[in-house]
Design a protein around this ligand. Structure first.
Ligand code: SF4
Ligand SMILES: [Zn+2]
Length: 333
């Protein structure tokens, strides 16, 4: 639930920042979400990602540091930090990559969020024990048993899907190593899953998520399900424009949430729109709202009710699950 949003394009503001509430480790708490503009994701190649374009182009390290420090001051000036318990920091890349977020900026950010429960996005190769533990020392004032959760977009536990359909650039084993490093530094782990990347049928996408959840439960402390959306200037958009990709049905998302052995948070961005997870248009709005409500309440009864909603498009979805065939490359040229 979002209570206030700031989204500005002045050079000193983050890309976006908002106050709201989230369910974190079984508790609903007031949160601040910050999306920083940074030097940019080091990997910069995932097929569905347009966030990677939101970066400062070719700034020298000194200027980059100044821009990031200015964003931290902007957040300090525009939000009452004493009113939030948790802060989620997104960089569209890695907070712990010093080329993306210079060390001094990271330290200033740590000072700003000291005493909060912090969730910070990073790729696994930047989860380095010493870096993570010194960030924890800077934010920890004894309020939270686990003051930091590193948030990693592992997307799926299937290496083939992560490589071919997403081009994510790391393996499940590398993700597991990052989990080990994070834990040895005293951090928890939040994992993001991507429902229905390119090239998977609707049924394959559901199965991919269910298997991934089985692999992740017990490994990650929190899991968030991201239904895939078609962002601008992406390879995914190229296929979508040719009718070669459809975002997941909301029925599929509900099925994954219901089948999951653990509670998942899920904010279906673009829900009900052609570029986002959608059904037929007639039933989308209450289902999107229901998914957001479930994310906060963890009420499984609500999922059962939503899945029992009557709409003719459910038959269409069931037909798709039965009849859609896998993407196939020609064997010869
Ligand atoms: S999804 Fe994350 S890792 Fe992939 S290009 Fe975008 S920001 Fe980088
Ligand atoms: Zn419908």
């Amino acid at each position: 639930m979002i209570t206030s949003v700031f989204q500005q394009r002045d050079p000193d503001s983050p890309l976006a920042a908002w106050a709201g509430s989230d369910r974190i480790r079984g508790q609903v708490m007031p949160t601040l979400t910050i999306i920083l503009k940074t030097g940019g994701c080091d990997w910069n190649r995932c097929r569905m990602c347009s966030y990677r374009h939101e970066r400062y182009g070719n700034l020298d390290p000194g200027d980059l540091k100044s821009r990031l420090l200015a964003q931290v001051s902007w957040v300090r000036d525009h939000f009452r930090l004493e009113e939030v318990d948790a802060v989620k920091i997104y960089t569209s890349g890695s907070l712990f990559d010093p080329a993306e977020v210079p060390l001094q900026a990271r330290e200033s950010l740590a000072e700003l969020v000291r005493g909060k429960l912090v969730i910070a996005e990073t790729r696994p190769e930047f989860v380095i024990r010493d870096q993570v533990s010194s960030f924890i020392s800077a934010i920890d004032d004894g309020t939270h048993d686990t003051p930091l959760y590193v948030a990693i977009g592992v997307e799926t536990s299937n290496d083939r899907v992560r490589e071919k359909c997403i081009n994510k650039g790391f393996t499940w084993d590398e993700f597991r190593d990052a989990v080990t490093s994070a834990r040895s530094a005293g951090a928890g782990v939040k994992a993001y899953l991507l429902a229905k990347p390119l090239f998977l049928t609707e049924r394959e996408a559901i199965e991919d998520m269910i298997l991934s959840l089985r692999d992740l439960a017990g490994l990650a402390d929190m899991i968030s399900l991201n239904p895939c959306t078609v962002q601008r200037n992406t390879e995914l958009e190229y296929y979508w424009k040719q009718g070669a990709y459809r975002p997941p049905y909301l029925w599929s998302i509900l099925t994954i949430l219901a089948e999951s052995p653990v509670h998942l948070t899920c904010d279906p961005l673009g829900g009900g729109q052609q570029r986002g997870p959608h059904n037929c248009g007639a039933c989308d709005r209450p289902l999107v709202k229901g998914i957001r409500d479930y994310s906060l309440s963890a009420d499984r009864g609500l999922l059962t009710e939503l899945l029992a909603t009557d709409c003719p498009c459910k038959e269409e979805w069931e037909f798709v699950l039965l009849e859609e065939r896998s993407y196939c490359m020609p064997l010869t040229h």
